[in-house]
Design a protein around this ligand. Structure first.
Ligand code: GLN
Length: 295
């Protein structure tokens, strides 16, 4: 029996209720004004079990940008289209011990991006996408994801404008370092492609559908291993120990977890902890993981 399918909406409701009272101390990203202004209490969660059951709680109509949750899908797309050798020539598979946008990490690694879940790795992979312009590269990824993942993502131009309104000096420095060391060929093209794909947006059902795309792929093992070791940045090891699901977070508050052989958990709650992972999302994962162990 699928243990995820035993969860009831009342369980989620009770856990969300408990946590909203005690965990209001998080932040939203100051450097992306539209995300900084999102109401901190917005919330959506969907669990899609592989047999087809769907459990939903919160506002299914909300749309939000995936931000870094796009990274495992960029990896999956490139593994599918270019193969492992081409991808892992440009990016490693090792966990990182610094924040997701750390230049120090990249410099310590002589310009070779440590993994595809941090910004340097995703910027390097954005450079491998096919297409002459950031728009066409982003569109290629979007069309493939919507077709293969049975979802309706779109590029949210208001979020992209907001990203452009506060140029991100960390990402600019990472791109320059990557270019200097020969890991990307055009830093402007790579960075703008990265910015655009982070603004791919959808509803909670789209995120959950996308998660199933990873499970169905012949590259599932490798993508899941990298999500486990790197998906929550410096907090990945601790989460692997406490929760045990391969997970990816984004600064929008999006969170996606894969429960092997059972299904996927998609969550959206914007308040972030120090590592920029959704506080409520992580709390819920801990509850769900305990529930699964007990059932
Ligand atoms: N676009 C965001 C950034 O570069 C994505 C980071 C994230 O979601 N952790 O900062």
């Amino acid at each position: 029996m699928n243990r995820l399918a035993r969860l009831r909406v009342e369980d989620i409701q009770a856990w969300v209720g408990e946590m909203h009272l005690s965990d209001r101390k998080g932040q939203t990203p100051y450097y992306i004004p539209v995300l900084n202004q999102v109401h901190p209490e917005v919330f959506a969660l969907q669990i899609h079990c592989l047999e087809g059951e769907i459990l939903s709680w919160g506002d299914e109509t909300l749309t939000f940008p995936l931000m870094s949750v796009i990274k495992p899908f960029l990896l999956l797309y490139l593994l599918t289209h270019l193969g492992e050798d081409a991808v892992f020539r440009c990016v490693g598979k090792q966990a990182s011990s610094y924040p997701f946008n750390s230049l120090t990490q990249l410099q310590e690694d002589c310009g070779f991006p440590r993994n595809p879940m941090i910004n340097s790795g995703a910027i390097a992979l954005a450079d491998l996408l096919g297409g002459e312009t950031p728009e066409s590269r982003c569109e290629n990824l979007l069309l493939w994801l919507n077709k293969m993942g049975n979802c309706q993502l779109f590029l949210d131009r208001s979020v992209l404008e907001s990203v452009h309104s506060c140029p991100n000096v960390h990402n600019q420095a990472l791109s320059l370092e990557l270019e200097k060391n020969g890991y990307i060929s055009d830093r402007y093209l790579a960075l703008e492609t990265y910015n655009q794909i982070c603004c791919l947006s959808g509803k909670i059902a789209d995120l959950a559908s996308l998660g199933k795309l990873i499970l169905a792929s012949s590259f599932a093992d490798i993508v899941l291993e990298i999500m486990t070791n790197c998906g929550l940045y410096e907090a990945s090891q601790q989460s692997a120990f406490e929760v045990g699901f391969p997970t990816k977070s984004g600064v929008s508050g999006a969170l996606l977890s894969i429960v092997s052989d059972e299904g996927v958990i998609a969550c959206y709650s914007p308040l972030l902890n120090e590592q920029s992972n959704s506080i409520l999302g992580l709390n819920l994962l801990t509850h769900i993981s305990h529930f699964i162990k007990e059932n």
